[in-house]
Design a protein around this ligand. Structure first.
Ligand code: PXP
Length: 236
């Protein structure tokens, strides 16, 4: 199973202070060095983390594929056509949300998604749709002709007790198997961390797990001791 690392929150840290550090492109190079299989970035409409100018720098710096997450808008489609990342993942986007809450409603957007798929395919981009583990949405994704889906694991990750988590896990497992029967490439992600990823890894047929927040959070703690020592040495 491959690991796609979402580096949005390196950029979040930069944007809250308006500095030029930490640089998400430098983070992407470190991910590549550590064996990450792809880099995910979400260019949000409100530009709260990744900025437009990060994209071409990222494209020229790394060798592993870029997975550009974006809303289905004309602005984003034009950016994707110009950047030509290997993958685009369409996500629903609300301005007020903390992160992507819930999957895309493919059923209600079939013509627009079909059109987007045609446009992106022309420039060699493989399109995925970020959807809940729901058979009707998977069936609709199949009808759109997209090569891939990403199953939203948020409900599993945020479940409050074991019974609920098991129910969500079974939903994901069934959804993955249904999507594979439709010959879709199946990725998954959202809210995964060192503890809850173990069970997801056991689901056969998953291609890539896209994980961001928990990895960047762990990196802050793993790097803090070094960072303090470096500053102390400058002070002495
Ligand atoms: N996949 C998609 C489509 C997402 O929108 C996100 C969050 O940006 C992730 C994966 C990663 O989620 P997390 O940051 O919770 O690991």
């Amino acid at each position: 199973m491959k690991l796609g690392v979402n580096i949005d929150h390196v950029a979040t840290l930069r944007q809250v202070r308006g500095t030029c550090y930490p640089d998400p492109v430098q983070a992407a190079l470190m991910v590549e060095q550590a064996g990450g299989d792809s880099i995910t970035v979400h260019l949000r409409e409100d530009r709260r983390h990744i900025q437009d100018h990060d994209l071409p720098r990222l494209k020229s710096a790394i060798k592993i594929p870029i997975n550009l997450e974006m809303a289905l808008t004309e602005e984003m489609l034009a950016i994707a056509e110009q950047l030509k990342p290997q993958y685009v993942c369409l996500v629903p986007e609300k301005r007020q949300e903390l992160t992507t809450e819930g999957g895309l409603n493919v059923l209600e957007n079939i013509p627009a998604i079909q059109q987007a798929n045609q446009r992106l395919k022309k420039v060699g981009i493989e399109l995925a749709l970020f959807i809940d583990p729901d058979f009707a949405q998977i069936e609709a994704a199949h009808r759109c002709g997209v090569p891939a889906i990403e199953i939203h694991t948020g409900a599993y990750a945020e479940s409050e007790n074991e019974a609920e988590q098991l129910k969500e896990y079974d939903r994901i497992k069934a959804a993955v198997s249904f999507a594979l029967s439709k010959a879709l490439i199946v990725n998954a992600g959202h809210g995964l961390h060192y503890e809850n990823v173990q069970k997801i890894v056991q689901i056969p047929g998953l291609d890539t797990l896209n994980i961001g927040h928990s990895i960047i959070a762990q990196a802050v703690l793993d790097g803090l001791e070094n960072a303090v020592r470096k500053m102390k040495s400058l002070l002495s």
